[in-house]
Write a protein that binds this ligand. Structure first.
Ligand SMILES: Nc1ncnc2c1ncn2[C@@H]1O[C@H](COP(=O)(O)OP(=O)(O)OP(=O)(O)O)[C@@H](O)[C@H]1O
Ligand SMILES: [Mg+2]
Length: 520
């Protein structure tokens, strides 16, 4: 007899419906799996045989052929165990297949028939609803993640036995309650700005960065708090909307990095890859393309600590994603796209020993060494940072001061207001139907030349200041535009529609400066 069970696979970040057809016919006792299965799928026959027996059913002593369709999509992983087992039970008439018509089934089996976690549940559930399935069977441990998709009955089965009882109508399985996930306080960051002592101007620079989506480079001696402050950056970025949270969760689900107790990621990601990371690890790739660090940092922060160690290689691979905010990975079977809209923050010491320019501890490096060290970061990479800021050592008095600084929540309120000013301004200027433009122009950092001309107009006093800055500081055209964008953000933080000279003056402080300049 022939049975058919619907299941799901994931390509990139999207689900695809997979039909599991099982035919059991007379002949030599044998199990065949066809339809481009990988090793994990091939091995599923062993798990399924044991699970069926250990759940109190009999494995048919017949020739069992399992076809995974469509045949041209490669099938990966153990998630097909459960649909295969259910298909075999239906084909051997041990269960009633009636309920299976509008049900999608996903799950890995252990030998005793209990169900194990499967990655990529969120995109699979999204597909199930999109394709009009009424029920989705998932392992109990993944049920909350599946329940994020509304209008779909989630059957949270803990074992094959429980599922067959449900199929036979013997038990009811309650859908998980996830209403508490959408409560008031949704984010929880490890580092709060109030814990950072001193470094007022760095904190201000980070506030400007968060408000306008600008990339930041922190330079300073060891132990001055660069890593600490970078870690605190996500806590002052605007609270994630539910759509953003789902976006991020989908990536983590596919990358199998979703913590088991957190079905929905509501804190902005902070990714800090080590400088020895491979290209595939950074931008994504592999035989079965997986999201890389830049996609795991989507809607959050990518932190490159000890930037000179990364060298120019990073730029080479990140150039396209940083411009397009997505990364495209080409494979023989076609190309895949992962989102990669992150804010970049990097940290470095000014020289190999770390104390160049430090007022207390003398630097032990020769000038040649300092210069060589700084030159390891290529000009084009330095160019990607709108804000350059120095984090000097913190004095003892400040460090031991018991008074806490301003909290991240208070700063975040200002950042959110500034972001809203930007969005309102951009929305006025673009066609409401132009969705791509709406998506690509969210912050001041996203502005191109045309937008800068339109939105960064200066008054007479501002023009005068810019003119003298251009002359005295030898600003290039690119630097000029960068200062304008930053001034726009600073004005937005101040709630000002016009860019005033004091906004420009602050923006000029963040311009990239060659650290060796301080020698002259
Ligand atoms: N401004 C600060 N306020 C409070 N604690 C600080 C501050 N700066 C440094 N610290 C303390 O020092 C520790 C080390 O700081 P951190 O790792 O951020 O330094 P760093 O600048 O990244 O150094 P390195 O250049 O060696 O990487 C922090 O974990 C924190 O305990
Ligand atoms: Mg550090």
């Amino acid at each position: 007899m022939l049975a058919r069970v619907f299941s799901c696979g994931v390509i990139g970040l999207d689900g695809v419906v997979i039909e599991v057809e099982v035919d059991s016919s007379n002949g030599q006792s044998k199990v065949l799996i066809v339809g481009l299965p990988d090793t994990a799928v091939q091995e599923s026959r062993e798990r399924v045989q044991s699970a069926i027996k250990n759940s109190g059913f009999t494995f048919p002593r017949k020739r069992v052929t399992i076809n995974l369709a469509p045949a041209d999509v490669r099938k990966e992983g153990p998630a097909y165990d459960l649909p295969i087992a259910v298909g075999i039970l239906a084909a051997s008439q041990q269960i009633n297949p009636q309920k299976l018509e509008k049900t999608m089934v996903i799950g890995e089996l252990s030998l005793d028939g209990t169900l194990r976690h499967v990655k990529g549940i969120l995109p699979m559930a999204a597909l199930a609803r999109q394709e009009g399935f009424e029920c989705l069977v998932v392992p109990k441990i993944d049920a909350e993640e599946a329940a994020l998709i509304p209008d779909l009955d989630i059957i949270a089965a803990s074992s094959l036995k429980e599922l067959t009882s449900w199929l036979l109508g013997e038990v009811k399985i309650e859908a998980p309650d996830i209403s508490s996930l959408f409560g008031e306080r949704r984010d929880n960051y490890q580092t709060d700005f109030s814990e950072i002592k001193g470094q007022e101007h760095v904190k201000r620079a980070l506030e400007v960065a968060a408000a306008g989506g600008h990339n930041v480079l922190l330079v300073g001696p060891p132990g001055s708090g660069k890593t600490l402050m970078a870690r605190a950056l996500p806590s002052i970025m605007p609270t994630m909307t539910i759509d953003e949270a789902l976006d991020v969760t989908r990536i983590y689900s596919v990358a199998d990095q979703l913590p088991s107790d957190i079905p929905l990621i509501q804190t902005r990601p902070f990714r800090s890859p080590h400088h020895t990371i491979s290209h595939a690890g950074l931008v994504g790739g592999g035989n079965w393309p997986r999201p890389g660090e830049i996609s795991l940092a989507h809607r959050g922060v990518l932190f490159l600590d000890e930037l000179p160690e990364f060298g120019s290689r990073v730029l080479e691979v990140m150039r396209q994603p940083m411009e397009d905010k997505v990364v495209t990975i080409s494979r023989a079977q076609g190309s895949l796209t992962f989102p990669a809209n992150f804010q970049l923050i990097a940290a470095m010491n000014p020289c190999p020993c770390g104390f160049f320019g430090d007022p207390v501890k003398p630097c032990t490096c020769s000038l040649g060494m300092v210069s060589k060290y700084q030159k390891r970061i290529s000009g084009p990479l330095l160019d990607r940072f709108d804000i350059h800021v120095e984090a000097p050592r913190v004095e003892y008095e400040k460090l031991t001061n018991q008074r806490l600084g301003e909290t991240s929540a208070a700063i975040r309120d200002r950042v959110e207001a500034a972001r809203q000013n930007q969005i309102n301004r951009f929305l006025q200027g673009i066609d409401p139907k132009d969705e791509t433009k709406k998506q690509s122009l969210m912050t001041n950092a996203d502005m191109g030349v045309a937008e800068i001309r339109k939105y960064c107009k200066l008054d007479e006093a501002g023009e005068g200041l810019m003119r003298s800055a251009m002359r005295q500081l030898h600003l290039s055209a690119r630097a000029f535009h960068r200062v304008l964008k930053l001034s726009r953000t600073i004005a937005d933080l101040a709630g000002s529609e016009h860019i005033a000279p004091n906004h420009i003056a602050e923006a000029l402080q963040y311009r990239p400066k060659l650290m060796l300049d301080s020698l002259n």
